[in-house]
Design a protein around this ligand. Structure first.
Ligand SMILES: NC(=O)c1ccc[n+]([C@@H]2O[C@H](COP(=O)([O-])OP(=O)(O)OC[C@H]3O[C@@H](n4cnc5c(N)ncnc54)[C@H](OP(=O)(O)O)[C@@H]3O)[C@@H](O)[C@H]2O)c1
Length: 342
């Protein structure tokens, strides 16, 4: 009997969107401790573009990219509770090969999706939502604090805006276009700076009577790092959590003191990198993912889905995200056509 076949999208060599190839191959078999998920919706994340390009995060090739999908459990491997078959689940945050009709996932990487949350919504917001939870809990947003969020109309930035706003912080969003400024305000930003050539730190200082802000959440990296430092109030923290424009340049930590000639004007500053995976080990992953799904159900977090494309059009999805004009999440959907029943 022929093995069941499925469609996936993979890369054999690093490159631009055209490096993504539509492939046909066998449906994976769940190993011990694994579950086979029939993916319905796949979230496209900026990190997928970085894996495809091979920088700044190295990956092993060939690779089926994708770190976020939601679907239904089709089968379980040894040592996994068989009653999971048929459960609606989401899995995110691991390079498990989500650009595929089926993915074999470690049981502990799955979270059940509440009946009132759509699988499309779960696939749109789990990675961004869990990251935003980790970011706003490790560098705490609260009433009385002013925070800057870059890419405030994007997936992760948009989720940080929503959680920081719900926590009572004053949120200043930074975006690249007026359309994105409108979206950032809808998500809860109190003020928005459009990065259209205006010196960013100056604009943020003008909004804070010269004081600067308590926290900056910056995943843009290289292009915004210096401005981020320059907009911090004394005692404030710059949280770097990505490198969308490339890795930030090295910094002389003396500049954080406020006491050296090239200090930024304020002092006792902190810089930390937060990678959400480090805060989502073991049972924490399911706890935080469940909290995100509850936030979705309660309306505290609302995804903004900008485009839904077939899996086979992953190349267009990458072009959309790289083009920087898309106003929300890009999702891929699978088709189960042509898959034999067993
Ligand atoms: N640390 C973690 O655990 C963690 C977890 C998830 C994501 N991340 C990181 O967070 C960042 C955002 O990921 P995401 O999936 O949520 O993407 P996204 O924000 O939906 O899209 C990327 C955004 O980055 C901004 N941008 C700045 N420079 C850009 C450039 N050169 N090319 C394209 N976009 C640029 C754009 O917003 P504007 O046009 O408004 O500037 C764009 O909307 C990525 O760097 C990702 O690796 C980190």
């Amino acid at each position: 009997m022929n093995a069941r076949e499925m469609v996936s999208v993979g890369i054999r060599r690093h490159g631009g969107p055209e490096a993504l190839e539509v492939l046909t191959g066998p449906v994976p078999k769940p190993g011990p401790g694994e579950v086979l998920v029939r993916n319905h919706w796949i979230g496209v994340n900026y990190v997928d573009l970085q894996h495809r390009a091979g920088r700044p995060y190295p990956v092993t090739l060939p690779l089926v990219p994708g770190t976020e999908a939601a679907g239904v459990v089709e089968a379980v491997g040894r040592d996994v509770d068989a009653s999971l078959v048929g459960a609606r689940v989401v899995h995110a945050g691991h390079l498990a090969g989500c650009y595929a009709e089926f993915t074999a996932v470690r049981r502990e990487h799955l979270t059940p999706v509440l009946p009132d949350v759509g699988l499309d919504i779960a696939a749109a917001l789990t990675l961004a939502g869990t990251t935003a939870h980790v970011l706003t809990r490790t560098a705490v947003t609260a009433a009385g604090r002013t925070v800057v969020v870059y890419a405030a109309a994007g997936s992760t930035g948009g989720a940080v805006v929503q959680l920081a706003h719900a926590d009572g912080a004053r949120v200043i969003g930074v975006v690249s276009t007026q359309d994105k400024a409108r979206v950032a305000r809808e998500l809860g930003a109190d003020d928005v700076v459009v990065a259209d050539g205006t010196p960013l730190a100056q604009a943020v200082r003008a909004l804070t009577e010269g004081r600067g802000v308590d926290l900056v959440y910056d995943a843009t990296g290289r292009d915004t790092f210096e401005a981020s430092l320059q907009m911090l109030a004394t005692g404030a923290t710059l949280v770097v959590y990505g490198a969308t424009s490339g890795p930030p340049a090295p910094v002389d930590i003396g500049r954080l003191s406020g006491l050296t000639a090239d200090s930024v004007g304020t002092g006792s500053l902190g810089i930390r990198w937060v990678a959400s995976g480090h805060y989502l080990e073991g049972a924490r992953r399911e706890a935080v993912t469940s909290a995100v799904l509850r936030d979705i159900a309660s309306g505290r977090l609302t995804p903004r889905i900008a485009a839904r494309l077939p899996l086979e059009a992953a190349v267009d999805a990458h072009r959309l995200l790289a083009g920087r004009s898309v106003l929300g999440k890009v999702l891929l959907h699978t088709s189960t056509k042509g898959i034999s029943p067993s």
